[in-house]
Ligand binder design. Structure first.
Ligand code: G3P
Ligand code: MG
Length: 251
């Protein structure tokens, strides 16, 4: 197992949606599997059910990971808890239930993991409501050095920063499919800790420019050791991977 990074730093690899190559994404089982595989941090997506309960879920709908039709925003907790969110992945995970944020935080605390929590704002959803519901329970459970709030959604990130103006109290990660031209201003406006970029659209010069700035460089979703080696050489601080075991001992 690699040595733990200093508390203020990100680990070389984070498990994407838990250990999603080997367990159903964004579930308690996927986080247990990530921990068992030696991961120290996990990346998870958080959204609200229709009744306002924060849950760990990626899509706007439920079809891909349950086989049933419907929108997450149309579910109450009671209905959501009846869904099987593991069987689509393999029979071994039949009966896995959708994780509430509360249950996931309990697990993260008990396993002493770090958390990159992606505030997922799908079309038509309210970023402010998500932030209001999610920030208090996470802050009750984890110190600022043990978690990172990330999002593609600028409105969510700005709302988070308005809640916690001190960057030492709340670390923000701006996620983007490609490096925005205005990235230096964007980072400054948010007082962001990290930029999370899709490695497939990241050029060497861009990576090196971010790595040379005070902002950490995180790349997603990296499952190939050759790609990982290149990204670390360009200065990447951390990689988000479905299968972190493939990337061990590279950085
Ligand atoms: O946090 C990086 C990555 O998770 C962003 O994409 O679609 O997997 O949430 P997605
Ligand atoms: Mg994500």
């Amino acid at each position: 197992m690699p040595p733990a990074p200093p508390p203020d730093e990100l680990p070389p690899v984070m498990a994407h949606r838990g250990l999603s190559a080997h367990a159903p994404e964004n579930t308690l089982a996927a986080v247990r599997a990530a921990h068992a595989a030696g991961c120290r941090w996990v990346e998870l997506d958080v959204q609200l059910l229709g009744d306002g309960t924060p849950v760990i879920w990626h899509d706007a709908g439920i079809k891909r990971c349950t086989g049933e039709r419907g929108r997450l925003a149309g579910l109450s907790l009671a209905t959501a808890r009846r869904l099987d969110v593991g069987g689509w992945f393999s029979a071994e995970f039949n009966g896995e239930r959708m994780a509430t944020l509360e249950a996931m935080l309990d697990l993260i605390v008990s396993l002493e993991l770090g958390l990159n929590l992606e505030f997922k704002v799908n079309r038509g959803r309210d970023p402010a409501a998500l932030v209001d519901a999610v920030l208090p329970p996470v802050e009750r459970c984890l110190p600022p050095s043990r978690w990172l709030a990330s999002s593609f959604d600028r409105r969510a990130l700005h709302a988070l920063r308005r809640h916690r103006p001190d960057p030492h109290q709340l670390r923000l990660g701006l996620i983007a499919k490609r490096l925005p031209r205005s990235w230096r201003e964007d980072i400054r406006a948010l007082d962001a800790f990290s930029l999370h970029l899709d490695w497939r659209r990241l050029r060497e010069q861009q990576a090196r420019a971010v790595a040379a700035s005070p902002c950490r460089l995180v790349a997603y979703t990296v499952n190939d050791p050759h790609v990982a080696r290149r990204l670390y050489a360009w200065g990447a601080d951390s990689l988000i991977s479905d299968d972190p075991k493939k990337l061990t001992d590279i950085k």
